[in-house]
Write a protein that binds this ligand. Structure first.
Ligand code: TRP
Length: 451
């Protein structure tokens, strides 16, 4: 059977941007820039996008496109000596990340329903903020929304690369851009807008610490979906005559633009009410819904905001499932339907403890796995702080040092040679070192050295 491929180049770009643009952009990035001095953090983020994000993006597209295989098959095809273990690590990461990502996806669905039905109109501020706590500790609702979100993911992936993922990207991404634009225009009317502009564009470098530099690098990684083969998989559906660098740069630029626009959407609202964004994802679901209702037009803005987040989360989740599914289709010759349903169910099942460990099931909620983290937080910690950076280092080393030069050069033959060589240099010598430092930071070793 012939392997699937994208219908158009734009289809690939939108699907890959759909993978990259997710909760990482719309929530994590604004929060991290807030905590780290606004524009100074953004400045460092842009720097790490160029020396970590773009080179690994280019490497992943190359690995996929030059082999037309899933992450495991791709490594085997390029170098038959055990490097495919990175593919295994990637597929495992996809499995793990998707299981809890879908739980948060379910929250966005539920908040869309709450805001559009006007359920909050008759409640007090305190009742609305407390609603989040009540919701996450309600086991049956957690399972219901986790399952609903999973049905949506499976419903897209089952239709395949062209009719499922590409169509979803072509519909959801433009709508997402429009909704975000509406939100930013709306936020620009809020009285905190000019303060936000100051904050975002006049740097306060005194707020920068080693940790925030490391945080910026880790974030560029997560935000661009790098380190686990999501982009390898999407790249593997490219037709072989397309150049790589322009597409990589476009995806990176779109992802970065959306992250900055997300700041322009969230800061003015938060600044207008003198509220400090908290460290937890809960604020998206407990503070903002209250603020929306205080604003003129907030009844409409609330549902638009959550719809935007649903689309972003859904296209990211789809890419995570596709990595796992592509392995079963390519290597084990399963039909797509079977691979999507079986793997979807398996990952959904792994998500159940994540759905229930925030209070839904008392016994499980009390169990701490890594440090003081519950099941959900432990999976996130393990995947984002360990599995993705390790995957990223090896992808960089593999592409820079292991793959045959001829294969690599011929894949980039259509690209601008000077830029290709410059990025290759960064990928070989700088990227692995920097990502390694992110890892050291995770372990606490760098913090010890710098005090
Ligand atoms: N990039 C997505 C976000 O910003 C999350 C994501 C989707 C991801 N697929 C990934 C992260 C693969 C790492 C690897 O929310």
């Amino acid at each position: 059977m012939q392997r699937e491929s994208w219908n158009t180049r734009l289809g690939f770009i939108l699907a890959a941007s759909g993978s990259a643009i997710g909760l990482g952009n719309l929530w994590k990035f604004p929060y991290e820039s807030y905590e780290n001095g606004g524009s100074a953090f953004i400045f460092i983020y842009l720097f790490s996008i160029i020396i970590v994000g773009l080179p690994i993006m280019m490497a992943e597209i190359f690995i996929g496109k030059s082999t037309n295989k899933n992450p495991i098959g791709a490594f085997k095809a390029l170098h038959p000596s055990g490097w495919h273990i990175i593919g295994w690590l990637g597929i495992t990461s996809g499995f793990v990340i998707l299981s809890y990502y879908s739980v948060v996806g379910g929250w966005t669905l539920r908040y869309f329903f709450q805001t559009i039905s006007g359920a909050y109109l008759s409640l007090t501020d305190a009742q609305i903020s407390n609603d989040f706590g009540n919701f996450v500790s309600n086991g049956p609702s957690q399972l219901l929304f986790h399952s609903l979100f999973f049905l949506l993911i499976i419903g897209i992936v089952i239709f395949g690369v062209r009719k499922g993922i590409e169509v979803a990207g072509k519909i959801f991404m433009p709508i997402l851009f429009i909704l975000l634009f509406i939100m930013v225009v709306f936020a620009s009317q809020a009285k905190g807008f000019s303060r936000s502009i100051d904050f975002l564009f006049s740097p306060d470098f005194s707020k920068i610490t080693t940790t925030s530099v490391m945080e910026a690098m880790g974030q560029s990684f997560f935000s661009l979906s790098l380190g686990m083969g999501a982009i390898i998989t999407y790249g593997s559906y490219m037709k072989s005559d397309e150049p790589i660098l322009k597409d990589a740069a476009t995806i990176v630029a779109l992802d970065t633009l959306i992250a900055i626009l997300a700041c322009l959407m969230i800061f003015p609202i938060i600044f207008s009410f003198e509220l400090k964004p908290g460290a937890s994802i809960g604020i998206l679901f407990s503070t903002l819904p209250v603020l929306f209702l205080k604003m003129p037009g907030g009844i409409f803005i609330g549902p638009i905001f959550f719809l935007l987040i649903i689309f972003a989360a859904l296209t990211s989740a789809v890419s995570l499932l596709e990595v796992v599914v592509s392995y079963f289709i390519d290597e084990l010759k399963w039909p797509r339907k079977k691979a999507t349903i079986f793997m979807g169910l398996a990952i959904w099942a792994l998500g159940i403890p994540s759905a229930l460990c925030n209070g839904g099931w008392g016994w499980l909620s009390g169990i701490k796995i890594i440090g003081n983290r519950n099941f959900f937080d432990s999976l996130d910690y393990l995947a984002s702080n360990w599995m993705l950076p390790i995957g990223g280092i090896f992808i960089a080393i593999f592409t820079g040092w292991v793959v045959s030069k001829d294969t690599r050069n011929s894949s980039f033959a259509k690209d601008h040679q000077l830029i290709y060589r410059a990025l290759m240099f960064i990928l070989k010598f700088i990227t692995p070192l920097l990502v390694f430092m992110v890892l050291l930071n995770t372990t606490g070793i760098v913090k010890l050295i710098t005090g």
